[in-house]
Structure formats: C-alpha cells, structure tokens
Design a protein around this ligand. Structure first.
Ligand SMILES: [Zn+2]
Length: 466
C-alpha cells in the first residue's frame, strides 16, 4: 500500500503519515462558533478535511477513522444576540434564548455543509456539554504549576511551557513585541492567556472552584479532543488563521495537562480571498455560504474548492465559480451519455488512471492533480467505454463528487441530496456500532420523513425512495 504523505505544519515538512493506531485513525478539526450563518471562510476547512476524511476512510477502512469537529456554543456574540432578543420581547429566559440561537445556527450550518456534500463527522461535541472536563483540565494545570487563579480568572503561564511558539515558529519575546496581547493588571506576564473567566449576572456561567464563570475558547478544544480522541491523536486541522494563538495554546494546555505528544500531524488550510482581496464585512465582500448557494449548487462549490490545493490561498470569484460549474456539467454530461453506469464494488488501484489519481491524493492530498486525472478520463468516457464511466464515477466519489443521477443533476438537481443520505447512513452505522440505538433509530426516522427507506443487509445499508 502506498503511504499517504502530508505536510506537517509542526515540522514544516512533507512526511509519511503513520497513524498511532491504524485501526482507529483520529482527527480533530476546529469547528465554528455558532452565533450566525456560516461564511465562505468556514466552508473551506469543512470541504478540505471532509475530503481528507474520505481519503483516510478509503485507506484505513470506513469504520477505522474517528473525526471530531466541535461547535463553540459559549461566546459573547451568542450571548449578545440572545440579550437583544430578550430586550425585543422574546419569551423565555436568557438561557432559553441562547439555546434557541445556537440550535438555529447549528441547523443552518448542517444544511449548508450537507449541500457542499460534506459527511457529518463521527462526533460534533458542543462546548457546553464538556464544561466539567474543561474545569478538570484547568484544575490539573493549576496543580502542576502551568496555570494560576487570580480574581476569578485562571490564566495559563506561557513561560512554564518551553516549546510555546514552536508550531508557528515564533519566540515568546517576538510574540510580545508583535502581538495584540490583552494587558491586564492581574496577569503575571502579558502573554498568559485565559483558561477560565468570571461571568457577570447576564452572562452564561457555570459554578467552578474559581467562582461562577465560563471557559476560554482555547481550553474547549483541548478538553473535547482529550475526551473524545485521547491524550495523543493523529491529525489536527484548521485554517491557517488558527495556528497562532489558538493552536499554539491548545498544544501548551494539552501537553501541560497530559504530557506526551498531543498531535502527530498539524494541517492548516490556506486563507480565503474574494476577487484577490481579503474577505471582510468592512470591505463589503463578505458572503455567507447560503448567499453562494442561492446562485450555485453545492456540488459546483465543492468542485471549485477542490481545484485549489488546500495549503494555497483560495481565491473566490463568481467567474471562477461559473467555470467550476461548467466543468462539473462536463463530467455529468459524459456520464449521462454513457448510459447506465454500474457502481464499482472496488476500484482497481493498479489501473493506470486510478493509480495516477491515487498518486496525486497520496502526495500531500493534491486534489487539483486528482481532478486533472478525472478530466483526462472524460475524453475516454466520451469515446464510449462504459468501464471508463464506471471508473470516473468511482474515483469522483472518493472526493464526494458525481454521485447524483446525471439526468437529475443536469435537469437542475434531484430533490434528495445523495451525499447527505449517505452521510446520515454512515452516522447511523457508527451509532449502532457504539450501541447508541436511540440515535440510530432517530436517523432512520429522520430519513423516513424525507421519503427515504433504509434496507439493512449483511454487507451494509442501502436506501430507496419510498
Ligand atoms: Zn480549536
């Protein structure tokens, strides 16, 4: 088997990827703060790491990859929106209104990411469900001298961790000179960051050894990753904008609390630009995913994102997106002309075009290279080989593309997103394996409501339209 090679941000080198346990490859990706509609910048890591998740499942087996992506549901902006609603006369307590806001935001997020063909991760923990673990980790850091409590706050003592700054390649002194650090009179050192902070009357808070308060953002990821993936795991992903300080702080906390190696491979996707400039509300070029999905189908957006290598800056423009849509149409048109295309039971990776596709994917997850192989294959499909059409569909499927009925796609999309159905079937299988039968039954009922009937067979679950 060819080894996957990935660029590790920690070593700044392309390395052979060797999981700690090949029977349980573990990946954590920082998820969104759920205060509003997800924007295009949120979509990129979702599509990138979803595609990596699919690749890992291919290589190590569907049941052997655990993917965790969190929801940050403790945040001042969520709180501000709930307060605004309360003042505008919405019924319910502030806690109810906070809950309402996070629920609706998570539902939007799921709808957007399903439209982009992203599978649901194995676990989507919410920070508010792991407060106990955050308090325990914070207390552990105090006990070992990595943190100190002062005036209702708990702060991480950055100078207690000598490798601080290694991931982003900065020294603590450079950081102090260049960073916008919050100066507070109770800090021992301006670089020290918050693990716990006090909550005033209107703010959400939990009882803790340091009084009523709430966790800092960084400790949330460390605590949830530790609970769901253990002290050491294989891949931690996120946008390049999170490398410092968020990921640097996660490392300091997790290594401080557990010792050992927190993460083996760090992966960062590049920045997003709109028409070659940074996306920002003040520049008036700020788009939500829902805005884009009004004009383009999710699969075209997905193909578009995969045309850029994940580490490169990603440039978004309507013109480029229209090009991606025509390219996708070209693929579906070829499949449609090929007539009924059988689903391959397995891809023969020794076949030269499959081998070229795999070589691109194994080499730092080079999706533009893999897509180029697909477009070469279209020429062969157009010469009328059904076997080539089947190979095209199967290879594209590993990227989460080309799984709709060609006719339905070309006629404007089918009413049911097949990627979504598959992602829910996968989630149900995982729930059954975890003996969480209530969750499994819930997913069956959810799909039944969409007119999808599941059929459980020894070789797996299939579905039909009821
Ligand atoms: Zn994080």
């Amino acid at each position: 088997m060819v080894t996957i090679r990935l660029t590790n941000s920690k070593t700044r080198r392309k390395e052979d990827f060797r999981p700690i346990e090949p029977s349980n490859v573990r990946m954590y990706v920082c998820g969104p703060t759920v205060y509003d509609r997800a924007h295009l910048g949120n979509a990129r890591p979702v599509v990138v790491f979803d595609t990596l998740y699919r690749l890992l499942r291919h290589v190590y087996g569907q049941g052997h990859v655990t993917y965790v992506r969190n929801f940050t549901d403790v945040d001042d902006k969520i709180n501000a929106e709930a307060l605004r609603r309360q003042k505008a006369g919405s019924p319910g307590t502030l806690e109810d209104l906070i809950h309402q806001r996070t629920e609706e935001t998570i539902a939007w997020y799921h709808a957007d990411m399903d439209a982009l063909g992203a599978l649901r991760p194995s676990h989507e923990p919410r920070a508010t469900e792991y407060i106990g673990q955050m308090i325990a980790m914070t207390q552990g850091l105090i006990d070992t001298g990595h943190a100190y409590a002062v005036e209702g706050h708990v702060l991480f003592r950055v100078r207690s961790y000598s490798d601080y700054g290694k991931l982003s390649g900065r020294s603590v002194d450079d950081m102090i000179a260049g960073a916008r650090v919050e100066v507070a009179p109770f800090k021992e050192d301006p670089m020290d960051f918050v693990l716990w902070k006090p909550s005033s009357g209107e703010e959400p808070g939990w009882e803790s050894p340091w009084g009523k308060g709430r966790p800092g953002w960084h400790i949330e990821c460390s605590a949830m990753a530790h609970e769901l993936l253990g002290e050491s795991f294989d891949i931690h992903g996120g946008g390049l904008d999170l490398q410092f300080p968020h990921h640097e702080n996660e490392i300091a906390q997790s290594v401080g609390a557990c010792g050992g190696e927190f993460v083996r491979t760090w992966m960062h996707n590049g920045f997003l630009n709109i028409d070659d400039t940074k996306m920002s509300k003040s520049l008036g070029n700020f788009f939500t995913i829902a805005d884009v999905l009004k004009k383009f189908d999710g699969e075209s957006v997905r193909l578009f994102m995969l045309r850029t290598h994940y580490r490169s800056p990603f440039n978004f423009s309507d013109t480029l997106l229209e090009e991606a849509r025509s390219a996708l149409k070209r693929l579906y048109t070829a499949l449609d002309a090929a007539g009924p295309v059988p689903d391959l039971a397995a891809i023969d990776w020794a076949e030269p075009r499959a081998a070229a596709f795999k070589a691109a994917m194994d080499d730092d997850f080079n999706t533009p290279g893999a897509l180029a192989v697909l477009f070469d294959l279209v020429g062969d499909v157009n010469r009328g080989q059904t076997a080539d059409a089947a190979l095209l569909k199967a290879l594209a499927g590993t990227l989460g593309l080309l799984q709709a009925q060609p006719k339905a796609y070309l006629q404007g999309g089918s009413s049911v997103d097949e990627n979504f159905v598959q992602s829910r079937i996968d989630a149900r299988t995982a729930a059954k394996q975890a003996r969480n039968f209530a969750a499994a039954d819930g997913i069956r009922a959810e799909l039944a409501a969409l007119g999808i009937e599941l059929k459980d067979r020894p070789q797996g679950t299939t579905w039909v339209r009821a």
